[in-house]
Write a protein that binds this ligand. Structure first.
Ligand code: BV8
Ligand code: ZN
Length: 246
């Protein structure tokens, strides 16, 4: 494994345009549950009951309670060494983009600057009537469905996350796709690679002959197209990828 890590580290150092693509696994060592592993979120909660527009339409209070429960959990956790390693990559490389599927804000807290939040951010909300955006303080009314505080709008506020069946922000998607298609290195961290269109990013980089490096304790849907599959927890492996080559 050390030999693979060294080769992957050299490929990163040589790269000109690096895309990092992350999923729930990078936050696992911070204490945030993933989705599809045993004991993950979808074990306890059914997607269609909480992470779809229909669910919000039918049961807005329950969906808000689920997001408040997850927000409170995410407020308590801290970035782990993998988040800091990604922020360090951002620092070191001129041409860099992080595309994350995560909504936990941990990459930004760890100092990453060039971040595409493909699926939104759990600490942001917006009004379904006028589009007014607010941070969590506005909608922190426990138990109630928060309403818009702009003028006399009083529209329904919803979490600023992308639910299943919803389109991603077109600008975010377009920028991420364009960058991936021109990258010469794509580092995939902590994702099962099952959710589209986000999971297309490593394939776009691959099509551009990018070196694809994956860090995950388990193989994923991306593993078949990787040059280096570094099997293990991101919190342990990522810092090794940043060590100066001796
Ligand atoms: C859209 C925000 C359509 C909400 C999320 C059939 C085929 C293809 C596509 C579809 C299909 N049927 C339906 C679709 C579309 C659907 C989709 O892809 N479904 C999948 C499940 C089949 N996609 C959508 O609906 C998207 N929208 O397609 O719109 C459209 C088109 C035109 C016009 C109108 C509409 C929207 C998808 C976004 C959904 N929102 N989240 C919220 O979080 O509440 S998705 C959710 O899954 C999270 O964002 C999460 O990040 C994402 C992906 O999951 P992962 O991050 O990969 O997490 P997972 O648990 O799966 O894996 C964790 C990994 O970490 C594992 O591999 C594990 O081994 C690893 N790990 C564990 N520990 C560690 C570790 N790795 C490193 N270190 C460790 N320590
Ligand atoms: Zn409003």
């Amino acid at each position: 494994m050390q030999d693979k890590i060294k080769k992957a580290r050299d490929a990163i150092q040589k790269a000109c345009k690096i895309m990092v693509f992350t999923g729930a696994g990078i936050s696992r060592e911070s204490g945030v549950p993933t989705f599809r592993e045993a004991g993950g979120l979808w074990d306890k909660f059914k997607v269609e009951d909480f992470a779809t527009p229909e669910a919000f339409q039918q049961r807005p209070k329950e969906v808000w309670e689920w997001y408040r429960f997850r927000r409170n959990l995410m407020r308590k956790v801290k970035p782990n060494p993998a988040h800091y390693a990604v922020a360090e990559l951002d620092e070191r490389h001129d041409d860099f983009l992080l595309a994350t599927q995560n909504i936990d804000n941990l990459h930004q807290i760890a100092g990453a600057k060039r971040v595409m939040e493909l699926h939104g951010n759990i600490f942001r909300s917006y009004c379904m009537k006028c589009g007014y955006e607010a941070d969590e303080s506005v909608s922190e009314l426990t138990g109630e469905v928060p309403s818009c505080t702009r003028d006399d709008c009083s529209g329904v506020m919803r979490p600023k996350v992308v639910w299943f069946g919803e389109q991603l922000d077109p600008d975010v998607l377009e920028q991420s796709f364009r960058f991936a298609a021109q990258a010469d290195c794509c580092i995939v961290i902590g994702t099962s690679g099952l959710v589209y269109p986000a999971a297309q990013l490593p394939f776009l980089a691959r099509r551009n002959d990018a070196c694809v490096i994956e860090i995950n304790p388990e193989p994923s849907a991306i593993t078949p197209i990787t040059d280096y599959f570094l099997q293990g927890p991101a919190g342990e492996i990522m810092p090794q990828l940043l060590e100066e080559t001796r």
